[in-house]
Design a protein around this ligand. Structure first.
Ligand code: GLU
Length: 440
């Protein structure tokens, strides 16, 4: 059975980049009838905040990415300590004392000499006496001792990967202040929670290499890994700085529909075209992780709006009943109103303006050359309430009286009644118009 997890750190709001990770893990779990775990990587007590934990859950609920179980790393610290002891007993864990400044200096020296900036394992040469002396004014951090061999795996997206462990620094797993770092916590969780597939961003490829060795050292089963490409802006520019403005909560507030967003993200960067899905099941059935590309994926949030509009155009009135009720649209008018409105909106936020037009009328827009024409036309307006014949009856009468036809006849009348030069078919809109304003 497939078990996946989405493991955000509750140190900020979810953005479109995180969403790809969440969605891919969710979809492959659901495809196989497996489990999808929401894991909160909250081992950093300073940066992790309950409001972000709440926001993450709210975003996932909004999208319909339901999880089977929730886990928090902060409640599993004893498990990480046990794993650390295990590594220590197996002589795969060593204490080091370099400060960040010292490490930085070492790196610079190595780079100057044209060498890769890999930690030189100087700490392994320290005697117990030297370590005790260092412990007087600083606390040691703990590194995992990599086996210097090639680490290989078949990546579900990138294909065969091979990384020389000697080109990677021994990862720090526990900081000097005792904080357990993600690399260890994640491995312990993945192993103990029976995670079978890990899908995450390609910024984690090197982590995967070291994590495979840690899992093996702990006697765990290595899951299947897949690393999706990172998103860039529409011009290929790095998105990392802008991700703060591409938070899911902001897209929600701007009226993006969940299925439009999910349909877009499920296919973006894959060899299949983006297709709007009308249900989660369709999305699950149509997903194929192996079709994802490894090249950076261009993301333009503006693409979400035509898809949102398309989604809404296809919705029956029941799907928006809550929105229509909130605008106090009488039940007997909702069906007719929605039929007209849905063709003319991009997001749900646009519904209100159409209802305002129906209920309160619009300030007429009358071009100077049409003043007399519109004044004459308004005297011929059929009695209210209008029906689906009102527009044709009226325009026929106006045509007869004024001799105008075509656009010169229709456009000034549309602008007089709606204040706009575009919008729904007037014969379906007119029965909904309750007020006709004759003056701005
Ligand atoms: N908390 C990590 C992150 O957000 C999880 C990475 C992973 O999936 O292992 O980057």
């Amino acid at each position: 059975m497939t078990t996946t997890r989405f493991a955000p750190s509750p140190t900020g709001y979810l953005h479109v980049g995180n969403l790809r990770t969440a969605l891919f893990n969710f979809l492959i779990a659901r495809q196989s009838g497996g489990q999808f775990i929401l894991r909160l990587d909250d081992t950093d007590p300073e940066r992790s905040k309950p409001e972000y934990t709440d926001a993450i859950q709210r975003d996932l609920e909004w999208l319909g990415l339901d999880w089977d179980r929730i886990e928090t790393q902060s409640s599993r610290l004893d498990r990480y300590m046990a794993a650390a002891d295990d590594l220590r007993n197996k002589e795969r864990f060593y204490e080091a004392f370099e400060t960040l400044t010292e490490l930085d200096l070492k790196r610079k020296k190595q780079l100057n000499m044209g060498k890769p900036p890999v930690y030189d394992r100087a700490a392994l040469d320290l005697s117990e006496v030297e370590k005790d002396a260092l412990r007087v004014d600083r606390s040691g951090h703990w590194r995992f001792k990599l086996d210097h061999e090639r680490i290989e795996w078949h990546d579900g997206i990138l294909g065969d990967i091979s990384i020389d462990a000697a080109s990677v620094s021994d990862p720090v797993l526990i900081r000097g202040d005792g904080q357990v770092l993600y690399t260890l916590a994640s491995v312990v969780d993945d192993t103990e929670m029976g995670i079978t597939h890990v899908v995450r961003g390609s910024d984690h490829v090197t982590n995967t290499a070291t994590q495979i060795q840690i899992i093996e050292a702990l006697g765990g089963t290595v899951p299947t890994f897949a690393h999706h490409s990172l998103l860039t802006g529409p011009q290929g520019e790095a998105l990392s700085k802008r991700l703060g403005t591409l938070a899911l909560k902001d897209l929600r507030e701007r009226g993006v529909e969940p299925l439009a967003l999910l349909s877009h993200m499920a296919r973006l960067g894959s060899s299949d075209p983006v297709e709007l899905r009308s249900s989660m099941q369709e999305l699950i059935d149509g997903f194929d992780l192996s079709r994802s590309g490894s090249a950076p994926t261009k993301f333009d949030e503006e693409d979400l709006f035509p898809l949102t509009a398309k989604y809404l155009h296809a919705q029956p009135v029941q799907a928006v009943k809550g929105d229509l009720d909130a605008l106090n649209i009488p039940a007997d008018k909702q069906d007719a109103f929605w039929t007209v409105a849905r063709e003319n909106i991009t997001t749900r936020h646009d519904i209100a303006a159409w209802w305002r037009l129906c209920q309160d009328g619009a300030d007429p827009v009358i071009d100077a050359e049409d003043t007399d024409f519109v004044a004459t036309a308004l005297t011929l307006l059929p009695a209210q309430p209008f029906d689906d014949q009102s527009w044709s009856t009226w325009t026929a009468a106006v045509k007869e009286k004024t001799g105008r036809k075509g656009r010169a006849l229709f456009m000034p009348l549309r602008k007089a009644l709606t204040g706009m030069d575009h919008g729904p078919d007037m014969s379906t809109l007119m029965p909904l118009l309750q007020v006709i304003k004759t003056k701005p």
